[in-house]
Design a protein around this ligand. Structure first.
Ligand SMILES: [Zn+2]
Length: 182
């Protein structure tokens, strides 16, 4: 998704990391049940983010985090404590504000600008770039006429393009990363 990368002006820096996190360029995340909005945003930012079914137990979450080497992000002190005990990397959040949560996460893990908007926000699958002529009839004709680049989630069969929501999103990301730099 090169086009996206060229249009973004987000500044990424390798941030100082919190004691319990070893940052790698391919940091994978697991958000707990309560952090659905954060999970969606992390996927927008291109971060491989696991978000559990409501029925999943803490035990299952920690198992997945272990097996898939995921950083556990949670507001649940118990879950954080259990993760620490097992030497799973954890990031505890104390705020319910999405902006503040994103601020904390962006301050702890690196975001690759070239990865922004490369992942389906619904299911976490990497998006495929798709030829414009294959999209005809699949998206509103206004969108088809005004957009050049399209992406597709092979799992959800959902099409993506850079509409107005994209520009609002980038504004928010820029704002959050700027706040982080100060
Ligand atoms: Zn999907």
């Amino acid at each position: 998704m090169k086009v996206v990368a060229e249009r973004t002006s987000v500044v990424t820096k390798k941030q100082k990391t919190k004691a319990c996190i070893t940052v790698s360029d391919t940091m994978k995340i697991l958000c707990d049940h309560m952090l659905g909005s954060l999970a969606t945003w992390l996927r927008i930012l291109g971060v491989d983010t696991f978000y559990p079914d409501a029925e999943m137990s803490d035990e299952e979450l920690l198992q997945i985090a272990t097996n898939e080497h995921r950083l556990v992000i949670s507001r649940d002190k118990q879950l954080i404590a259990r993760g620490k005990k097992r030497k799973i990397p954890v990031l505890e959040l104390q705020t319910t504000s999405l902006d503040d949560q994103l601020g904390v996460v962006l301050g702890s893990i690196p975001i690759e600008t070239s990865q922004i908007l490369t992942r389906c926000t619904l299911c976490n699958t990497p998006l495929l770039s798709i030829e414009k002529n294959e999209v005809k009839g699949q998206v509103p004709s206004k969108v088809f006429e005004s957009q050049k680049d399209f992406w597709y989630c092979p799992h959800c069969k959902k099409y993506y393009w850079m509409g107005t929501h994209y520009h609002n999103m980038m504004q928010k990301i820029n704002m959050l990363t700027k706040k982080n730099d100060t």
